[in-house]
Structure formats: structure tokens, C-alpha cells
Write a protein that binds this ligand. Structure first.
Ligand SMILES: CC(C)(COP(=O)(O)OP(=O)(O)OC[C@H]1O[C@@H](n2cnc3c(N)ncnc32)[C@H](O)[C@@H]1OP(=O)(O)O)[C@@H](O)C(=O)NCCC(=O)NCCS
Length: 143
């Protein structure tokens, strides 16, 4: 794994477009290409690579008190191999001790929030009716 560089944008877009191609029912994951482009260029990120190929990534915004994780995605061919657990574990290790990790996740995205809870994230709040269609967002933090 390594930090993402500006030239990795195409790889990030590829992971997300393959996700949409393979899974039309992703819960609470809405990243049209233009939105993802803007997010990519205003955040830091880390990814796991197999050779030149990006297989998963995390984007986060650095603030004075926290790293706000905005995008968490694994390529569908690599789901269930523990690769996102490894990447998030790495981010937990490298984050500065005086900053928290924050993220939000759709309450019905059990695969994702189950992973976050198993890594030590704590549910700290809820945004009701946050997503189009009325789903709530659960807010998680890790100190
Ligand atoms: C959520 C996501 C990032 C997980 O990536 P992954 O590389 O498959 O995750 P891992 O293989 O590291 O799985 C780690 C744990 O998550 C859990 N998990 C992952 N996906 C799951 C699913 N679809 N259903 C149930 N549990 C799941 C497993 O319990 C696994 O636990 P284990 O390590 O004890 O086996 C991936 O499914 C994805 O990209 N989903 C679409 C985008 C998304 O929903 N992002 C999160 C938005 S907040």
C-alpha cells in the first residue's frame, strides 16, 4: 500500500466505475465521476496496489482535529480478502495521535459498519433521512 498521487485519479475512477458495473444496489455509496474527481483532488488517500493496479483505496480530508474519511472502496474482484481491513488498520496506525478518524455510513450498509466496528470505531451519532430515499447515516469515530 502507498499514498495516492494525483496521477492515480484514473485508477480511483476505475475502481468506482467497476463497483457500479458489478453492483447496481450499493447502499449509500454515490460517487458520480465529477464528484469523485473533486473529492480526490481535495483529499489525501491511501491505496493497495497489485502491480500497477489499484485494488482498494480510502480518501480522507485532513482537519485540525480529525481525518474525515469520505470514500472507502474495494474493487469487487477483491472483496472479502481482508484488504480493506488491512488498509484501514494501516491508516489507524499512521494517523497522528492527536487526531480522530471520522466517517459516516448508511445504516443498512452492514458489511461496512461491521468492519468499522470490528476495527474499534464507535458509533457517535445519527443523521436521520440523510441519504436520498430516506436512509440514515451513522457517524463513527475512532480516537
Ligand atoms: C465495504 C467494502 C469496502 C469492504 O471491502 P473488502 O475489501 O471486501 O473488506 P475486507 O475483505 O477487508 O472485509 C473485512 C470485513 O468486513 C466485513 N464485510 C465486508 N464486506 C461485507 C459484506 N458485503 N457483507 C458482510 N460483511 C462484509 C467482513 O465481516 C470482513 O470481516 P473478516 O475480516 O472478519 O472476514 C467493500 O465491500 C466495498 O467497496 N463496498 C462498496 C462501497 C462501500 O460500501 N463503501 C463503504 C461506504 S461507507
Amino acid at each position: 500500500m502507498r499514498p495516492l498521487k494525483p496521477l492515480d485519479e484514473g485508477r480511483v475512477q476505475q475502481v468506482v466505475s467497476d463497483l457500479y458495473r458489478c453492483h447496481r444496489d450499493l447502499i449509500g455509496f454515490h460517487w458520480p465521476a465529477e464528484t469523485l474527481q473533486a473529492e480526490f483532488h481535495s483529499t489525501e488517500g491511501w491505496g493497495t496496489f497489485h502491480g500497477q493496479r489499484l485494488v482498494n483505496f480510502v480518501l480522507y480530508r485532513v482537519t485540525p482535529v480529525a481525518w474525515e474519511i469520505s470514500v472507502v472502496a474495494s474493487h469487487p474482484e477483491f472483496w472479502g480478502q481482508g484488504l480493506m481491513r488491512s488498509l484501514l488498520s494501516h491508516i489507524i496506525v499512521i494517523k497522528p495521535a492527536d487526531k480522530e478518524l471520522w466517517l459516516e455510513v448508511h445504516c443498512e450498509n452492514k458489511g461496512a459498519w461491521g468492519l468499522y466496528e470490528s476495527l474499534g470505531f464507535c458509533r457517535m451519532g445519527v443523521r436521520a433521512n440523510y441519504y436520498p430515499g430516506g436512509g440514515s447515516a451513522w457517524l463513527y469515530t475512532l480516537r
